[in-house]
Design a protein around this ligand. Structure first.
Ligand SMILES: [Zn+2]
Length: 187
């Protein structure tokens, strides 16, 4: 059974970071009563009022037009990697290799940042593919080539002129966080 006091005291004990994380990423999983109490607790902690809109966007997915506007505003934020805002935010996959306990591992990571930071990450990743990628025959070679191709697309400046599919997907999958960052000016 729903116990308002339990929620109230549980939220009161949590750190502000944990409450923000819940409000920005998990609003859809909360019952309306629990969400109201979370909102009250966040307001009491003087969180930027954009939190209400960030919650609403998760509960009522935006129209295509609203999403497009959100993508454009998200691109104008400062880069989370270098802090600069000269070039629009973008996102792309970077594939790298590492060597651990006699095995080569391949990892693909989504990077959100400005094009120069993404280019630097893909260059580092290419070096790791050259160094470790060939050590696990026969598939290491195949995975390395796939990695180089993916990183080549990531390093192509033309790929980042318009919003990439990865950036659009990031915005759609992180609506609460994106709305809060855009509207509160939080980097
Ligand atoms: Zn950057």
């Amino acid at each position: 059974m729903y116990q308002a006091d339990d929620f109230r005291s549980s939220y009161a004990r949590k750190s502000t970071e944990a409450l923000l994380d819940l409000a920005l990423r998990g609003a859809r999983d909360l019952k309306p009563e629990a969400l109201d109490l979370l909102r009250i607790e966040l307001n009491a902690r003087d969180i930027h009022p954009a939190i209400d809109r960030a919650i609403r966007f998760q509960l009522q997915p935006p129209s295509e037009g609203e999403k497009e506007a959100l993508v454009a505003r998200f691109r104008s934020l400062a880069c989370p990697v270098c802090g600069r805002s000269e070039s629009p935010l973008t996102a792309s996959w970077v594939t790298r290799a590492s060597y651990f306990l006699l095995f080569t591992r391949f990892h693909s990571e989504l990077i959100v940042g400005c094009a120069p930071c993404i280019d630097a990450a893909a260059t580092r990743a290419n070096k790791s593919l050259l160094k470790f990628g060939w050590w696990s025959p026969p598939l290491g070679l195949v995975w390395s080539i796939q990695g180089f191709l993916r990183n080549r697309r990531t390093r192509n400046p033309l790929y980042h002129v318009a919003p990439t599919p990865e950036l659009r997907a990031y915005v759609s999958q992180n609506l609460g966080e994106v709305v809060f960052r855009v509207e509160s000016g939080a980097a």
